[in-house]
Design a protein around this ligand. Structure first.
Ligand SMILES: [Zn+2]
Length: 378
């Protein structure tokens, strides 16, 4: 099926200007695409600015659990609860955001300590110090330097700010694209179209949805995104539900004048593997709950807190499993390098034992942290 005209600008759709649009933005791991939904120009102008804002809001989560994408993710500046700043990289590893330097002076001596983030940064600082204290020798200082691997032992401080005028339009566009993919003409989704087509329109067709958990078979060990539709012939309503990372949840009113058939569709994907997963919904919200939701009252503090805690438990679990795997791999690779083994070399069982023995020494500090933090009760 093809819309006759672009859902967003009403331009006639032809073979020349039709485009393939991601239903869920690719920046957060979406894969399913629709064709004949919007025109090329709307895809690259409006679509991109809306999706870019959404991507920015979710970038740290995407980095934390390792969303699978074609394009590379960009590092994100994050902060721990006590205010330490780090860069979170696409591999899930972190580097301090600022250079740390302390100088303590007492009557007889000056004690300097610093942590550089790269070899270059350390050498540069040592040069500066030797200039100020010519009696020191830079080689001596460098020989006492140690390479440190450290691990976070406090939670990251994150702002949960999802939505707003631009990202909100990305979410409603996703709902509309999925309706289109399910055979519903975009023209009939009047509430959603009014919001998407008018930049000044208030966000009266969607809202955060935490009054009840609509998902019946919520996974407890995987992150997922889902989009679902609920069309009722008796109520003449077409609703959509969008959930990202099992965390951010919205209800969208696509139409209050729905004359199509009963509709129950859902689509979900695991953004770390790219696999489609089976998600079923129970649309148990009544009319007044729907009203509350789109008017911005779709949550009670207790339910919101409990649901967000639950989602974070899963996301932190995935993130910590990922850093475990990474740390193990890095330890073994470092051990192999220091034993003079090349990456592609065939290694005897004896030699492999040596790598493992040395690798386990490297891995030990991580392992201790890891089990301590798990006993701490995540
Ligand atoms: Zn268009």
């Amino acid at each position: 099926m093809l819309n006759q005209t672009c859902a967003l600008c009403s331009e006639k759709l032809t073979d020349l200007n039709k485009t393939r649009e991601h239903v869920i933005p690719h920046s957060i791991g979406g894969r399913l695409k629709v064709e004949g939904f919007i025109c090329q120009s709307c895809n690259s102008r409006k679509g991109d600015s809306w999706d870019a804002e959404l991507a920015a809001q979710f970038n740290w989560l995407a980095l934390m659990i390792g969303v699978k994408r074609d394009r590379k993710l960009t590092p994100e500046l994050v902060q721990t609860a006590s205010g330490e700043k780090y860069f979170l990289h696409p591999t899930g590893s972190m580097t301090p955001a600022i250079f740390k330097y302390t100088e303590i002076q007492d009557s007889e001596k000056t004690k300097i300590s610093f942590v550089g983030r790269t070899q270059k940064e350390v050498s540069k600082k040592v040069k500066e110090i030797v200039k100020r204290f010519p009696q020191l020798d830079s080689q001596d200082i460098l020989s006492t330097a140690k390479v440190q691997t450290s691990y976070l032992d406090e939670p990251l401080q994150m702002t949960l700010e999802f939505g707003g005028p631009l990202a909100g339009r990305s979410i409603v566009k996703t709902a509309l694209a999925f309706a289109f993919q399910s055979g519903i003409n975009s023209e009939s989704c009047k509430s959603a179209l009014h919001f998407l087509k008018n930049e000044q329109a208030p966000s009266s067709c969607y809202g955060l949805s935490y009054l009840q958990d609509l998902i019946v078979n919520r996974p407890t060990d995987a992150a997922f995104h889902c989009v679902a539709l609920h069309g009722s012939t008796t109520e003449k309503t077409l609703y959509a539900y969008v959930e990202y990372f099992g965390l951010a949840r919205w209800l969208i009113v696509l139409s209050n004048e729905y004359y199509g058939s009963e509709m129950h569709q859902s689509y979900a994907i695991n953004p770390t593997t790219g696999e489609t997963i089976d998600i079923r919904l129970d649309w148990k919200l009544n009319r007044s709950e729907i009203e509350k939701t789109i008017n911005g009252y779709g949550y009670s503090v207790e339910i919101y807190k409990a649901e967000v805690d639950l989602a974070f438990g899963i996301l932190y679990g995935l993130s910590s499993k990922r850093s475990f795997d990474n740390a193990l791999e890095v330890s073994l690779r470092t051990a192999a390098v220091s034993l003079g083994i090349n990456a592609d070399e065939d290694v005897s069982a004896e030699r492999w034992k040596e790598v493992v023995a040395l690798g386990m020494q490297e891995f030990q500090p991580f392992l201790i942290r890891y089990f301590k933090s798990r006993r701490g009760g995540h």
